[in-house]
Design a protein around this ligand. Structure first.
Ligand code: CA
Length: 471
């Protein structure tokens, strides 16, 4: 048994939903390389983001804190990279650290990545083809080729140049498969023959739930733009046929982008095999949050509903994690930092609010593990998607959501305020979250329990419950 500390390779895609990973039983695609990580390690089935949006989730991962603590509640609240975060803590303890790919936490001054020996990032969302990369010297360079390949190339280049005598922490942050889903030329012919399965909830009428679902503008049928679809709608289709044509067009481009990510995960795993690094290296594949793949008729994320809330998370570390394991405990993105620090033997920062799930990955039962996961979407009624601000808790069976529908003056949130509403779902009876039971007397006790749990968690993490003006 080696006593050296493990290397950590953290591969994170952007908007890659768990139900587009075959290890999670996807009905629409096959991701053999991501699946390999799960087969040789563990798959987490209930790993959740605490705010289903790029920058806020990334800030939670970096700092091990909720968004009211790290200050990145929306896409318009930039990250102050001077705050305590995992790269600096590992770097100060002897790790070589690098970040390649998407940063999306702001640029310039205090917003640039910190704590990395090396970083090379795409500004903002980045481009799929011939992307611009911003380096530590402040220079921007166009690199010819396809973004997902280039992020991997740059990652392998850095691994080649590293000091083999010290452990490393490498963050590989893919741009893909973020909107507007531009595949590599070599994947354009994938899925050309025939149609892909349509989600059961594609024609959701948003009845029986809070108003927020109906008001959201992220419908495949109505809200995708020409630069998303990249193809002219065929003439003579009924409204439903048009919606299904848009779904097929959208989902195929999305999955073509995912295919390139999976290919490149394979390249990285192959590199570790070839260099004899597999045994000593923790490899994680995840995404900053989930995504609606036509579920409820939507693309995008933001809601606390399952498809958007759940992050894929597969992890391999042959020295400690038994192969082929599956864990269903409630893990959140706020836990990642402390888990990596635990493996590295570095004490967590006192500000951190998560918990190391290393024992869960060893296959151990942890008696006092959390029994609810907290969520808060702050970017109220933004000018495009119009999803209302909400918070809530999810237990193993139930989910309580409160749409407080108020921007609270936070940058990126609207100043329009709507009447608050609640939702409660019984996920065992209603896995698609189509039937709110908040006002069903049969669920009165469950509802009271969840309301108490919501208040308890908010107090525990120091997040303020919403108080309506004038009440
Ligand atoms: Ca994202």
């Amino acid at each position: 048994m080696s006593d050296r500390r493990p290397n950590i390779v953290f591969i994170m895609a952007d908007d890659h939903a768990a139900h587009a990973v075959s290890a999670y039983g996807s009905k629409i695609n096959h991701t053999p390389h991501i699946d390999r990580i799960a087969e040789e390690g563990m798959r987490l089935d209930n790993c959740f983001c605490t705010n289903s949006l790029c920058a806020p989730s990334r800030a939670s991962i970096m700092t091990g804190t909720y968004n009211h603590v790290n200050g990145v509640q929306t896409l318009s609240t930039e990250y102050d990279a001077r705050q305590p975060a995992i790269p600096r803590m590992l770097q100060e303890d002897g790790y070589q650290t690098a970040l390649i790919g998407k940063w999306h936490l702001g640029h310039g001054g205090v917003h640039d990545p910190r704590g990395f020996d090396h970083w090379s990032v795409v500004p903002d969302q980045g481009r799929y083809h011939n992307p611009v990369f911003l380096g530590m010297d402040g220079e921007q360079r166009v690199i010819p080729g396809y973004c997902t390949d280039i992020i991997t190339d740059l990652s392998l280049d850095w691994l080649d140049r590293r000091d083999p005598d010290r452990p490393f922490f490498l963050m590989v942050h893919h741009k893909a498969p973020h909107r507007n889903w531009e595949p590599d030329a070599k994947h354009l012919s994938l899925f050309e023959d025939g149609d892909l399965p349509v989600p059961e909830t594609f024609f959701d009428d948003y009845g029986g739930r809070a108003t927020a679902a109906r008001e959201a503008r992220m419908r495949v049928a109505d809200d995708l733009r020409m630069d998303d679809l990249k193809r002219i709608l065929p003439p003579g289709l009924t409204a439903d046929e048009q919606a299904l044509w848009k779904y097929q067009t959208y989902i195929k481009d999305y999955l073509r982008c995912v295919q390139s990510v999976d290919d490149n995960v394979g390249r990285l795993l192959g590199y570790l095999d070839d260099r004899g690094l597999t045994e000593d290296t923790i490899v994680v594949y995840t995404s900053d949050q989930g995504f609606f793949l036509g579920d409820h008729g939507w693309y995008d994320k933001r809601f606390m509903y399952e498809e958007s809330l759940r992050m894929p998370f597969v992890v391999r570390y042959p020295r400690e994690i038994p192969a082929g394991g599956v864990n269903g405990d409630l893990v959140v993105n706020v836990d990642f930092a402390q888990t990596f620090l635990d493996y590295a033997g570095v004490a967590a920062h006192p500000r951190m609010q998560g918990r190391s799930f290393r024992p869960l990955l060893r296959g151990e039962a942890v008696g006092d593990w959390r029994t609810s996961a907290y969520y808060r979407y702050w970017e109220h009624d933004d000018g495009i998607h119009h999803v209302w601000a909400h918070y809530g808790v999810r237990t193993d069976r139930y989910k309580l959501i409160y749409y407080y529908a108020d921007g609270l003056g936070i940058p990126g949130a609207s100043d329009r305020v709507f009447a608050p509403e609640w939702e409660l779902f019984d996920l065992a009876e209603d896995p698609w979250e189509l039937h709110c039971v908040h006002d069903d007397p049969a669920y009165a006790a469950v509802r009271a329990e969840l309301e108490a749990e919501l208040a308890r968690v908010q107090a525990e993490i120091g997040d303020e419950p919403h108080v309506r003006a004038g009440t």
